[in-house]
Structures are given as structure tokens and as C-alpha cells.
Design a protein around this ligand. Structure first.
Ligand code: NAD
Ligand code: UDP
Length: 317
């Protein structure tokens, strides 16, 4: 049995990953300040006897010397708001958790000779001028705008990872995750799939930002979680930065129509202003993930949305 730390375990991705790690028979210690995470995401896990969650801010508390964390084998450092709505609400917290928080977790990994996966983001490519995006593309991030607190903090987090891998030989891996979805996102999360599904099911207007021609590539959570587990497991991923995402690209407008039709909704589409610096296109090149991890996504958007809508429907009072 391995002792695995997951920061951000009460969040969307962290809680899905924690369930999988516990299912594989390991002990999980979550670290979460519940800023965007929900206690209900981990309620079932907490009853399993193999999961505990320590309430703390990984950027503020000196987690390196926490007695509960001695002898750990693996760390997934996932703590950080991910929805633009939340990461922009407290930009300084966003910057701290992805920089100081990452440095703290890397040091904890080094002291324990533990492996570490850092969840970076496709936002590291900014509003890309190279399309689709391979890992070698250096990105087009505006440092002087509302998304910079997230994009640049993740990029600096990656730099910390690079230095620990190259100076200390730490077994560190960086996952650049592209838009991941499923049920389990907060209804007020603000990201496009949770907004559209919630709006469609409640008969509210579906809010398209801009003209809806901007694109994203959506990956179902089970595929992303499988990719993260493989990154941790495979030595080939040590010291590597790897895209994890579904390479099938779709416009926001098409997503709105698909959700509306799958939810059999009579909602109208409405148009709101496009947020500043909203990337126009986004699609991962996943050759590296295929080669190093043997990973590619299996669940297509129609099937993933069907599962998501079904789960949201089941949760409704
Ligand atoms: P989320 O907001 O649902 O979860 C983040 C979790 O981190 C929450 O439980 C929150 O309370 C916790 N947290 C935030 N700051 C913290 C701090 N200082 N100390 C301790 N805990 C803290 O977001 P998510 O979608 O689950 O994303 C998880 C990770 O994956 C993030 O690092 C995010 O940047 C990355 N990511 C996610 C996506 C995606 O599409 N979901 C895409 C790219 C990258
Ligand atoms: N978006 C939208 N309506 C919404 C929420 C988001 O049109 O209610 C758009 C947003 O402007 C962006 C895309 O959907 O172009 C994905 O947004 P999200 O916040 O999910 O993630 P991002 O990829 O921008 O970080």
C-alpha cells in the first residue's frame, strides 16, 4: 500500500483521482483549504477508512514538516482554482498556490524521495499562435491581463518542477491538462460545461460568450485521471512535460447546440461579451502522451456529455 498525497483533493479533479487511488488499495491524504472544493466531493471517500483530508493552505502552511506526511510515496499537486471565475476572484491566492505551494510540495517530495505530478494547464499556451499545441510551443500569454495570475503562475510552477528534476534528480512530472469535465463540477463553477448543462436542464438561457466560434477540446474526467495515474507510474515521464487532453476540437457554439439537444432543452442561446484574453483556439498534440505513456482518451464528447447530463439530472431535487 502506497501513501499518496493529493493537494486539492476536495476539488473536481482531485476528488475523482482520490477515488481511483483509494480503489487501487492505497492510502490517500488530501490537503485542501476548501476555497473552491466541496466537503461533499470527499464525503464517501472519508467513510472508506483509506482517506483523510487535512484542512490547510499549501502555500501558507509549512507542510514539509507535517508529521502526517512522513514516509509518503507520491504527491499529486493539484491545489489551485481552475475556473477563470474563481482564479480571478483571488489572483494573489492563485499565484501563491501555484508558485510557493508548488515549491513547498517539491521540497516535501525531495525530503521523502517521493514522486510528484504537478497539474499545469493548457493555459500555459495562452492565446496560441501555433495550432494545435505541442509541448515545444512556448505559448502566447499576456502578462498584463486578468488571466495572467493563473497562466504565469502555472508557468513558474513548471519552472520549479524543471529545477527540482534537473538539479536534484527529483522524479517530477508536469501534466498540461486541457479542459476536463464531467459531473462533480460545482453548479456555480462558471466553466462552460457546468454552465451549459445547468442552464439547459433548468430551461435558462444558454450564455455564449462572444460569437461562440472560439474552440476548445474537451476531455472526460475518467480519461484525464487515467493519464495522471500513468504519469505517476511511468519512469519515462520523469522530468517531462506532457499534454493530457482530447484532440477533438469543437466550437463553443457547437457545444451549446449539443448540450441543448442531449438535454432535450427548450433553452434559448444568448450572447454575452467575450472575456478579455479568452483563447480563440485550443487543441492538444498528444503524441508525447501516446509515446511515453501509451495514453489517449477513449470517451468522446457526445458520450461524456450524456453521462454528465444524466448525473446532473440525478442530483436534482
Ligand atoms: P477545483 O477548483 O475544482 O479544485 C481545486 C482544489 O484546490 C479545490 O478543492 C480547492 O479548495 C483547492 N485549493 C485551492 N487553493 C488551495 C490552497 N492554497 N491550499 C490547499 N488547497 C487549495 O479545480 P479542478 O478543475 O479540480 O482543477 C484541479 C487542478 O487541475 C488545478 O491545479 C487546475 O489548475 C488543474 N487543471 C484543471 C483543468 C480542468 O479542466 N479541470 C484544466 C487544466 C488544469
Ligand atoms: N464560455 C461561454 N459561456 C459560459 C462559460 C464559458 O461561452 O457560460 C466560453 C469561454 O468564453 C471560453 C470557453 O467557453 O471561450 C471555455 O471556457 P471555460 O471557462 O470553461 O474554460 P477556459 O478554457 O476558458 O479556461
Amino acid at each position: 500500500m502506497k501513501k499518496v498525497v493529493i493537494t486539492g483533493a476536495a476539488g473536481f479533479l482531485g476528488s475523482h483521482l482520490a477515488k481511483e487511488v483509494v480503489k487501487q488499495g492505497h492510502q490517500v491524504i488530501g490537503l485542501d483549504n476548501f476555497s473552491t472544493g466541496k466537503a461533499e466531493n470527499i464525503r464517501e471517500l472519508s467513510d472508506s477508512g483509506f482517506f483523510t483530508c487535512i484542512a490547510c493552505d499549501v502555500a501558507e502552511e509549512d507542510v514539509r514538516f507535517m508529521p502526517a506526511l512522513s514516509g509518503i510515496d507520491e504527491i499529486y499537486h493539484m491545489a489551485s482554482p481552475a475556473s477563470p471565475k474563481f482564479y480571478q476572484a483571488d489572483p494573489f491566492a492563485t499565484i501563491r498556490v501555484n508558485t510557493i505551494g508548488t515549491a513547498n510540495m517539491l521540497e516535501l517530495a525531495r525530503r521523502n524521495n517521493a514522486k510528484l505530478v504537478f497539474t499545469s494547464t493548457s493555459e500555459a499556451y495562452g492565446d496560441p499562435e501555433v495550432h494545435p499545441q505541442p509541448e515545444e510551443y512556448r505559448g502566447n500569454v499576456n502578462t498584463w491581463g486578468p488571466r495572467a495570475c493563473y497562466d504565469e503562475a502555472k508557468r513558474l510552477g513548471e519552472v520549479f518542477c524543471y529545477e527540482y528534476a534537473h538539479r536534484y534528480g527529483s522524479r517530477v512530472k508536469v501534466a498540461r491538462i486541457f479542459n476536463t469535465y464531467s459531473a462533480g463540477l460545482r453548479n456555480d463553477d462558471g466553466r462552460v460545461i457546468s454552465n451549459f448543462v445547468t442552464q439547459a436542464l433548468n430551461g435558462h438561457d444558454i450564455t455564449i460568450y462572444g460569437d461562440g466560434t472560439q474552440t476548445r477540446s474537451f476531455c472526460y474526467v475518467d480519461d484525464t485521471v487515467r493519464g495522471l495515474l500513468l504519469m505517476m507510474e511511468r519512469d519515462e515521464a520523469n522530468g517531462q512535460l506532457i499534454n493530457l487532453g482530447n484532440p477533438v476540437e469543437i466550437s463553443v457554439m457547437e457545444v451549446a447546440h449539443l448540450v441543448k439537444s442531449l438535454a432535450q432543452s427548450s433553452s434559448k442561446l444568448t450572447y454575452n461579451p467575450l472575456p478579455q484574453d479568452d483563447p480563440k483556439v485550443r487543441r492538444p498534440v498528444i503524441d508525447k502522451a501516446k509515446a511515453l505513456l501509451g495514453w489517449e482518451p477513449f470517451i468522446d464528447l457526445r458520450e461524456g456529455l450524456r453521462l454528465t447530463i444524466e448525473a446532473y439530472q440525478a442530483q436534482r431535487p
